[in-house]
Structures are given as C-alpha cells and as structure tokens.
Design a protein around this ligand. Structure first.
Ligand code: ATP
Ligand code: MG
Length: 375
C-alpha cells in the first residue's frame, strides 16, 4: 500500500476536518496499478503555516483555498512554483472566484474544486490526481530505464488530453453556475466548443488505438487477397461527408480491381489517413485524386490534393509522432499529428515506401510504393 500526503490549506476548520474525514478510509486501486493508494491528510489554517509544512514535510497533493487570512492562495502557488516543489495543487474555491481559479490553473494549479463540494466530488478529483501521479511515476521509471521515446510520447499524450479536458471542464462549470444568465441559447457556444473538443479527443484515441495495434506487433494480422480499389472506395465513402462540407471533389482513378496480399483493415487505415489529410489541408472547392496503378513489380498509390502544400523542411518532419505544421493556414485545423506516423509504420509492414512531393500553396502528392507480394 502506498500513501500519498495531502495538505489541505483552508481557514475554515470545517473544510479541513471534512477533508480529513472523507479521505480517511478512501483508497484508489486499479487493475493496472501494482499497489493501492491511501491518503494521509495534513492541515494548515493559513498560507504561512502551509509553507512551513511544505518546507519540512513535502506533500504530494495540496488542496488550496485562495481566500486566506494572511498571504493568499495564489501567493502560496507562486512560492511552490519558484521553489520548484513537485506538488499537485488543486484550488478549492467558491463559485464567485471561479475566474480566479481558472487563472490559477494557468499559473500551475492542475485543477479546481468549487466550494461547497460533496464527498464524491472530492474523491473523484483525488482519484484522478492519483492516477495522474501514478502515470507520471511510471513514465519517470521508463525514462530511467532509457526509454526516452516512450516518455516523450506519454508526456505529449497526457498534455494533448489534458488541454481539452480542462477546457470542457471549465465550460461545464460555467454552465452549472449559469454564468451566462438564464437563457439556454446563451450556452450554445460553450456546448459547441465542448463538443468540438470531445471530437478531437475521440480522434486522438482512435489514432492511438491504431498506433498501439501497429506498434505492439501483437495484433493478429489478417492477410488475405484484397482489392485495393474496393478499400479505396470504402475509405472515400467514409470521408465523403467531410469532403462535401468542404466542397472538395474526390476522384478514384485506375483500372479496377487490383488484388494484393494484405490486411484489409491496415490498408483502409492508410487510405483513410491520406484521404482525410488531402481534404483537411485542401482549399474549399479543391480536388483530391487517388490513383492506383501497377508498374512492373510495384503498385503505386498516389493521393494528390490541391491544398496548402508543404515546404521541404516540413516534409522531413511530418512522419514523426505528434508533429503538426503550425502556420497561418493550419491554425484553425485540428488533429493529433499521429495519422502519418501510423501510415508509415503500416507501410513498413509491406516493405513499402512513402514519398511526398509538394508545392506550397498549390498542393501535395503522397505516393506509396508497394512491392507486389505474390504468395
Ligand atoms: N495533404 C497535406 N497537405 C498539407 N499538409 C499536410 C497534409 N497531410 C499532412 N499535412 C501536415 O502534416 C501534419 C501531420 O499530419 P498527420 O496526418 O500525421 O496529423 P494530423 O492530420 O494533424 O492529425 P490526425 O492525427 O488527426 O491525422 C499535419 O498536421 C499537417 O500540418
Ligand atoms: Mg491526418
């Protein structure tokens, strides 16, 4: 059993003893953790007392009220930041100072719990933090064992998931607090933005599943004779609603059918990613051409767009995990930067190659060369 120390800093004795009581017999345990976590609660009535405790007995988690009799919560937060103390800080605050709590989040607090909170709200927040600490600890261990790449991967991943979660949480709290007044329609923007962020997270998770499947090498591959045209058509049908939205025309060229030995699901992931990029980074009213041809011992698949294009230095980077090219033209386009790395790893399964040619402002061509595997 591991113990996490929680320091609760609040001038209201009721809050302090409440937290101690709620967490006394609380345990966090998941199948993926090798041991359960329990909690030891320390209490401080002022910011000054909190700093003294931090100096001698550093807590893992701090529940911090902002309105304190002497120095304010925000100043305690600054102190922790300056001294680079490794503490997860959660602001506990009344609804009235929600805005301040949001600001504190950008100053290093990792979460906030509005007061008054129920035992369940406190427990679920502590549970999430415990999971996060566990993950962080695990990634540290991985880093120690030299697995730097995994570490970077996991840190970027947690960051990518944290940003949309914070934003959705912020919106939900504003809605719960009726911050925009009594009219329902005044909340539409917040709801739409939250839905957008959820969509982004879902895509990221789907990409991750693909990547894990490819990287673990454990997934059973199902190699049979498959028609590339049939799979390309399926992918185009999947992407068509998106193309219509952007007024982009999709064309499939070549002599159908063309059979290869392959895993239909893998090939579909390749088409889905290249076609979705060709639509996403296109101009409104643009065109996507997918050409499939057999030349000698190779099959060439080309996905050509009339979009924003890529510079040669961009092309060198885009097959790395999480890379997204940031510029004026891409700033409103969302994505996780995992599509192309997945495509590249899948093509490796076929001993194939992928090449990119592009003219910025005019369009890009992604060309896959697959050696024909006649077995
Ligand atoms: N057809 C294209 N035209 C111009 N830029 C492209 C094209 N395809 C990819 N890119 C650039 O390469 C980056 C990486 O692409 P990738 O598909 O890996 O990620 P993404 O599209 O951002 O996210 P997702 O994981 O949702 O696919 C993109 O962010 C974009 O900047
Ligand atoms: Mg993509």
């Amino acid at each position: 059993m591991a113990t996490l120390k929680i320091l609760v800093v609040d001038d209201e004795p009721g809050i302090r003893s409440g937290v101690t009581r709620i967490l006394r017999n609380f345990r966090v345990d998941y199948p993926f953790m090798d041991e359960a976590f329990e909690f030891e609660v320390l209490e401080a009535p002022t910011g000054e007392a909190a700093i003294e405790i931090i100096e001698n007995n550093i807590p893992d988690i701090m529940l911090l009220d902002n309105k304190l009799p002497g120095i304010q919560g925000i100043e305690v937060l600054e102190y922790i930041k300056k001294k680079q103390k490794n503490i997860v800080v959660v602001m506990i605050t009344s609804y009235a100072s929600l805005e301040l709590a949001v600001k504190a989040t950008s100053d290093g607090a990792s979460d906030f719990i509005p007061k008054p909170f129920t035992p369940q709200e406190l427990k679920s927040s502590i549970e999430n933090i415990t999971k996060r600490l566990f993950l962080k600890n695990m990634t540290n261990k991985l880093q120690d064992s030299g697995k730097q790449i995994r570490f970077t991967f996991l840190s970027v991943l947690s960051h990518e998931l944290k940003a949309p979660l914070n934003s959705i949480e912020g919106y939900l709290k504003m809605i719960k607090d009726r911050q925009a007044g009594p009219k329902l329609e005044d909340y539409d923007v917040m709801i739409d933005r939250s839905l957008d962020r959820i969509k982004g997270m879902r895509n990221l998770i789907l990409d991750l599943l693909d990547l894990t499947r490819v990287e673990s090498g454990k997934a059973k591959r199902n190699v049979t004779e498959i028609d590339l045209f049939k799979i390309a058509r399926t992918a185009m049908d999947t992407m068509r609603p998106y193309a219509i939205q952007r007024d982009v025309t999709l064309k499939l060229n070549g002599t159908s059918p063309l059979f290869i030995q392959g895993d239909a699901e893998e090939i579909e992931i390749i088409f889905n990613n290249l076609i979705s990029n060709a639509i996403k980074y296109n101009k409104d009213g643009g065109c996507v051409d997918c050409n499939i041809i057999e030349i000698g011992k190779d099959i060439i698949i080309e996905v050509k767009d009339t979009g924003i294009g890529l510079s040669s230095s961009d092309i060198e980077k885009i097959f790395d995990d999480f890379v997204r090219i940031k510029n004026e033209k891409t700033k409103n386009i969302t994505g996780s930067g995992l599509g192309l790395p997945i495509v590249k790893k899948l093509i490796d399964n076929y001993a194939g190659k992928i090449e990119v040619t592009s003219i910025p402002g005019q369009g890009s061509t992604f060309k896959i060369i697959l050696p024909i595997n006649k077995s």
